[in-house]
Write a protein that binds this ligand. Structure first.
Ligand code: AMP
Length: 280
């Protein structure tokens, strides 16, 4: 497996590659969620490139950029085990060299909902780094997780709007045995917080059950979900940022819940912000 830090070298590697090229963009500190993306990429493509880059542009000033977990040695092992062909792990100065005027991509309307309300610049940061990675790697396919629902919708919108010739695949959420969606940020949870964290998925399962039993009013479902979460995530322990039922293309709230809509939530447990979603 190749480990490449420089853009020029990555371009040479990519230009010499034969067949279909896949990109799996990540922030690193890889887990089985990332592994599932690499496996999907392996099935469909000949060459799988995993990018590992903690992109400063997508972190707010008070967020966890400095303490975001990093362990390249461990990440290499996982990539190797899953059969990735190459890791692209540039330094910050390689991606954002001095003199850059930080040109950014703004994906417009759909970045105004859900997570964007508390993370106003996050999706422009994501769209910008994904565009840079697409321009560096020129992948035929790129793999994202449904875990970051809004991110996948923003990337799909951007690719369509800008005629980027990369096919976007969105892979299912990989969960721990107790239902907690895997995330690099789960390491922030104390053991007490970790025990509470499965409430996110349990509450989404309640929403799914209500929908299956015929409930179509979004407010009735989101109130029930909020009530269930509040029983465990009391004001002392954390807070609910949002629970919303949205259309998966526009990310706008719906008036009637339909098959294919998503319920998405963001919850603080202690100082850790967790997100999760399911599609009805
Ligand atoms: P991250 O390193 O957190 O930026 O994630 C990189 C990619 O992996 C994103 O497309 C995520 O949506 C995806 N991902 C993260 N966690 C999971 C998970 N539990 N299941 C599936 N995909 C995931």
């Amino acid at each position: 497996m190749h480990v490449i830090r420089k853009i020029d070298e990555l371009r040479r590697y990519r230009n010499a590659a034969k067949g279909k090229v896949a990109l799996v963009p990540t922030l690193g500190y890889l887990h089985q969620g990332h592994a599932s993306l690499i496996r999907s990429a392996k099935k469909e493509c000949d060459i799988v490139i995993v990018s590992i880059f903690v992109n400063p542009l997508q972190f707010g000033p008070k967020e966890d950029l400095d303490k975001y977990p990093r362990d390249l040695k461990r990440d290499k092992k996982l990539c190797e085990k899953e059969g990735a062909d190459c890791i692209f792990c540039p330094d910050e100065s390689e991606m954002y060299p001095q003199g850059s005027s930080l040109t950014t991509i703004n994906v417009g309307q759909i970045t105004n909902h859900l997570c964007a309300l508390s993370r106003p610049h996050h999706f422009n940061g994501v769209a910008t780094v994904v565009t840079k990675l697409f321009n560096i790697v020129s992948p035929h396919y790129a793999y994202f997780g449904q875990k970051d629902l809004q991110q996948s919708v923003v990337v799909k919108r951007m690719v369509a709007d800008l005629n980027i010739p990369t096919i976007i695949r969105v892979c299912p959420i990989v969960r721990e045995k107790d239902g907690l969606a895997m995330s690099s940020r789960n390491v922030y949870l104390s053991s007490k917080e970790r025990k509470i964290a499965p409430i996110l998925y349990k509450s989404l399962q309640l929403a799914s059950k209500m929908f299956k039993e015929g409930e179509r009013d979004p407010a009735t479902i989101t109130h029930a979900v909020t009530r269930k979460i509040s029983q465990e995530v009391t004001a002392k322990i954390g807070r609910i940022e949002y629970v919303e039922i949205v259309d998966v293309k526009s990310l706008e709230s719906v008036h009637t819940v339909r098959n294919g809509n998503a319920i998405a939530l963001a919850i603080f447990i202690g100082r850790t912000r967790l997100i999760d979603n399911i599609i009805f």
